[in-house]
Design a protein around this ligand. Structure first.
Ligand code: CO
Length: 167
């Protein structure tokens, strides 16, 4: 963020110092590259917030990270319903695990908040939360590849799922 502000300051300075006919194009180019740098910082950032409400949806269906990066994911339940009625979690599945098969097994695991005990099919998961709650987990991004995530509360993965891409 500090970097982006410095760049913007530089742009403003150039706009003032090159206040003639050739100044305009330089200003435009510098502005667009500063915007690109800021956008890249946002999409590859290692602190991710995922929101889900009573409408049974995540606000992100794709998360991109870099291999080996320390990831922090905060799941926020923005709704009002309890975790028994509208529980949400974030479960990142290991490579090659079928989302449908995992969701079917998870339904049987109510006692452990829908995470099958001793499973080796999960890379990381938050706890199951209800309206107004949040949970943050930290883990290291796995090997490059495409992974899937879901909410393992019964029935939710039909809508609550997404792709976790490690670059
Ligand atoms: Co859910």
């Amino acid at each position: 963020m500090k970097k982006a502000i410095l760049l913007l300051t530089a742009v403003a300075f150039m706009a003032v110092s090159c206040n003639n006919n050739s100044g305009n194009s330089t200003e435009t180019q510098t502005e667009s590259s500063a915007a690109e740098a800021a956008a890249e910082e946002e999409t590859t950032g290692n602190e991710i917030t995922l929101n889900a409400g009573d409408d049974m949806k995540y606000d992100l269906n794709e998360i991109r990270v870099k291999e080996g990066e320390q990831i922090s994911i905060t799941l926020r339940h923005t709704g009002k319903l309890t975790k028994d009625a509208m529980g949400h979690n974030f479960v990142l599945l290991a490579s090659g695990v079928s989302l449908a098969d995992f969701a079917a097994k998870a339904i049987q695991a109510k006692a452990t908040d829908y995470i099958p005990e001793g499973t080796n099919e999960v890379i990381a998961h938050t706890k199951l939360i209800g309206g107004g709650e949040s949970d943050t987990i930290e883990f290291t991004a796995p090997a490059k590849g495409t992974y899937e995530f879901l909410c393992s509360f019964p029935g939710h993965s039909a809508l609550m799922k997404g792709t976790f891409i490690v670059e």
